[in-house]
Design a binder for this molecule. Structure first.
Ligand code: PAF
Length: 290
């Protein structure tokens, strides 16, 4: 039988467990999650395992990053299955705050307001509350656990850039590691919210990645970014999505780019299928020179 990881439900027990790792001079990686774990999360755990002696996985559905009209109450919660999956991956410790008040006790009144990549007109334009909620909880998780490295999926590319910037700006003693997106065989990026898709929506959903890949190939082949983006937006809308954005941005700063000479380019998209909002992104790689 695979042994389940220990679960810490309070900051005190988390810190005691991490102190034991540190006492044995062991390195510590943190994988922050909101649970409902899928292969994408497990790939973060595997990368963490390879780079660190001990792996702590946090599971906390963070109310601060949901707007009142969003899916906080229906967000999938699968704690037992999550623990079983983490046992197979040999995670050492699960940090699962016993209640929302464990993370945000009565009177809690401090927020981190990120700038830079958090304010470039992508997710921030559609979910204005989101990055302050993410930055606040991630800063707390990092201070609670004090890991050497922390893992984030590239699937939430803007989030990855926001927390990287925040960790740097606040001198948090941690290295932020981005891990490539894990996809279903048909290309759909894995996400805990994919369970909301109806069978018809699920069949249509991979179009988003196909359009991104198509745009990426055309830009790499020398087509002008503006016209490729315009065609991509039309293709996504034609496939039945309600498009929030499809943008070409600088891969590090997320500032708009007009051509490949402006720096490494990342294409980012967000679109809704029914009640499900999907996000995805890909890089644009220039063909290798002969
Ligand atoms: O990506 C997520 O699952 C969440 O935004 C995170 C980083 C765990 C913060 O709640």
């Amino acid at each position: 039988m695979v042994r389940r990881p220990r679960v810490a439900g309070t900051v005190r027990t988390l810190r005691q467990a991490v102190a034991r790792f540190r006492g044995a001079r062991e390195s510590v990686a943190l994988v922050p999650t909101m649970g409902a774990l899928h292969e994408g999360h497990l790939s973060l755990v595997r990368v963490a395992r390879r780079r660190s002696k001990r792996v702590v996985v946090s599971i906390f559905v963070n109310p601060a990053q949901f707007a009142p009209n969003e899916d906080l109450s229906s967000y999938p919660r699968t704690f037992d299955a999550d623990l079983a999956a983490l046992a197979k991956e040999k995670a050492d410790l699960v940090w699962a705050p016993a209640s929302v008040a464990t993370m945000y006790p009565d009177g809690f009144s401090t927020r981190i307001t990120p700038g830079g990549p958090a304010l470039v007109g992508l997710e921030d334009a559609y979910r204005p509350h989101f990055f302050a909620g993410v930055a606040t909880v991630v800063a707390k998780l990092l201070i609670q656990c004090l890991p050497d490295i922390v893992m984030f999926g590239e699937k939430d590319y803007q989030q990855l850039k926001v927390v990287t910037r925040m960790a740097h700006d606040l001198d948090l003693p941690v290295r932020v590691i981005g891990v490539p997106t894990v996809r279903e065989p048909d290309g759909l990026a894995m996400s805990s919210r994919n369970v909301y898709l109806s069978p018809q929506e699920r069949a249509a959903a991979p179009t988003l990645f196909r359009v991104l890949e198509d745009c990426s190939r055309k830009i790499a082949g020398g087509a002008p970014i503006a016209s490729v983006m315009a065609d991509g937006r039309e293709a996504i809308t034609r496939a039945g999505f309600q498009l929030d954005y499809l943008e070409a941005r600088h891969a590090e700063t997320l500032e708009p780019v007009a051509s490949m000479t402006d720096g490494p380019v990342r294409l980012l998209v967000a679109a809704r299928l029914g009640r499900t909002r999907l996000i995805d992104n890909v890089g644009v790689s220039l063909p290798a020179r002969p």
